[in-house]
Ligand binder design. Structure first.
Ligand code: CS2
Length: 494
């Protein structure tokens, strides 16, 4: 193999010209954003935008201090330490244009399990103006059905008992903000960058609830000294594979232990509700708005639900990647009909043309042949995703007495998906926090189809709705008596 260079500050100058490198002096950057959850998505999205701002506009006062709180994140901690906080963002456009760019925006990093007090002190540091979060759907400790913060979740219970050695984002934020109050310092903006509905309102409600139970005397101060803008985030980011790491070595002589692979498309829409002057992110393509709901509705109900369709139906048809499922004409016809007949009605802030354009662009993104997005990524934790991506559409359709044939088919297909074998009798793994319940109830549904809908933590009382169950049961019967492929072909004619 040809010579490769480990990614770090010293080797930057040795890398070939085809690798785009930071052109700025990282030593001059001041950190005023503290980000919790240095996931691949954070690195392909927010850190990319900040990098653009530093590089193109020489804005040096909004560098990122990365923070991880979970022991399971030790790998990224070690790698960022080895690589001086640098990593490669490898973007692949549908046109075949690839770009390997070294991102230098994360200039500091703290690992909670190693030194919790350092994290708390950093949260309290007055230089930090914005705290951003990607803690994933389950990090918000929500009750799936009510969508409200669940103080009874075991992690939160534990946190309340051990306030001074926090493990969750709630405990850390509470301790850090308490120090700010004691020291007469200003508060800060808390900006969620997670792919959930009303992410700012959600973290705000959950956090205020937590404070009420643990530090009631802090509540007033927190209410006055924080803001929680809602935001909509979008960039398809895959799970990095050994092949990706090797591709960078072969083509770019770049030895990066954990590069991030994403599509070229990216979008970030934020409600303009910051406590202090915010970065001029619009210069690098961020859109600021007064009302996020229409945008997030479009994204969750079309893109993410579209992914669910490709993930669930595609896996059962024997496919492994989004690209394979998105180039199956039956699955795509199903997706298009779902959007046109069932979703469009609920997106009343957009014209039919706007929805059509969104759908077209999305299909190009799904059919990007260079993005190796595994269906296993899409299907993981479906029990947390489907209540956000598909059930709101079903509720709207039921409330407006509209037909829900396709939506009910998705739920029936997800039930069959939990049998764990595809049309070719090849088994696959169900990766979900409640996989045991899903598998058991899917098995029980062979005799009583409603059993699957009786998982209340996911479906609430949907199993009592006759309009829905009728359609769902018909679809499940179709799926159980035909191959998935044949069942899709039949439902596409309905
Ligand atoms: C995906 C998302 O996890 C999923 O099911 O739909 O991660 C999706 O790739 C992102 O939301 C794209 O912005």
């Amino acid at each position: 193999m040809a010579k490769t260079y480990q990614l770090n500050m010293e080797n930057l100058k040795l890398l070939p010209e085809s690798v785009l490198k930071p052109t700025y002096n990282r030593d001059l950057i001041k950190t005023s954003i503290l980000h919790i959850g240095v996931s691949s998505f954070h690195r392909s999205h927010q850190a990319y935008y900040i990098n653009e701002l530093i590089e193109k506009y020489n804005v040096l006062n909004y560098g990122i201090c990365g923070v991880d709180l979970l022991e399971s994140d030790r790998k990224i901690y070690n790698i960022l330490k080895d690589q001086d906080g640098l990593y490669t963002l490898y973007t692949k456009a549908p046109s075949g244009h690839h770009k390997a760019k070294v991102i230098g925006a994360i200039v500091e990093y703290f690992f909670g399990p190693e030194n919790p007090l350092a994290v708390i002190e950093k949260i309290a540091n007055p230089d930090i103006k914005i705290i951003t979060l990607t803690i994933a759907e389950d990090g918000y400790q929500l009750n799936q059905v009510t969508g409200a913060f669940d103080i009874n979740q075991p992690l939160i219970n534990n946190e309340i008992k051990n306030q001074f050695s926090p493990k969750t984002v709630f405990g850390y934020l509470a301790q850090g903000l308490k120090l700010r109050k004691l020291r007469n310092l200003p508060g800060c903006t808390i900006l969620s960058c997670d792919n959930i509905k009303a992410n700012g309102d959600t973290i705000k409600e959950a956090f205020f609830n937590y404070i009420k139970q643990t530090e009631p005397e802090l509540l007033d101060w927190v209410k006055k000294n924080t803001t929680f803008p809602n935001s909509m985030v979008d960039r398809i980011t895959t799970v990095t594979s050994t092949d990706d790491i090797n591709e960078l070595k072969d083509i770019y002589a770049l030895d990066d232990q954990w590069p991030v692979i994403s599509e070229s498309f990216n979008q970030w829409i934020i409600e303009d509700n910051f406590l202090e002057k915010r970065p001029d992110w619009e210069k690098v393509g961020v859109v600021f708005t007064k009302k996020i709901t229409p945008f997030e509705k479009m994204k969750l109900r079309v893109l993410n639900a579209g992914h669910t369709i490709l993930g669930v139906l595609g896996t059962m048809c024997g496919y492994k990647t989004v690209f394979e499922a998105a180039t199956d004409s039956d699955i795509m016809q199903f997706f298009k009909q779902f959007v046109e007949n069932e979703i469009t009605k609920s997106l009343n802030d957009f014209t039919a043309d706007e929805i059509e354009d969104y759908k077209h662009l999305l299909i190009t993104r799904f059919q990007n042949p260079y993005i190796n997005d595994r269906l296993s990524r899409i299907c993981s934790e479906s029990s947390a995703k489907i209540p956000l991506f598909v059930l709101p559409t079903i509720n709207d359709l039921l409330n407006s007495n509209n037909s829900l044939t396709k939506s009910a088919f998705i739920i029936a297909a997800w039930c069959k998906y939990n049998d764990g074998v595809d049309d070719n009798k090849v088994p696959y793994k169900i990766t979900d926090n409640i996989s045991g319940t899903l598998i058991r109830n899917a098995a029980l549904s062979l005799h009583n189809p409603k059993k699957f809908l009786e998982i209340e933590s996911v479906f609430g009382n949907l199993s009592y709705n006759e309009t829905f169950t009728k359609s769902y049961e018909a679809s499940l019967k179709l799926l159980r008596t035909h191959s998935t492929k044949a069942a899709i072909q039949i439902i596409n004619t309905k």
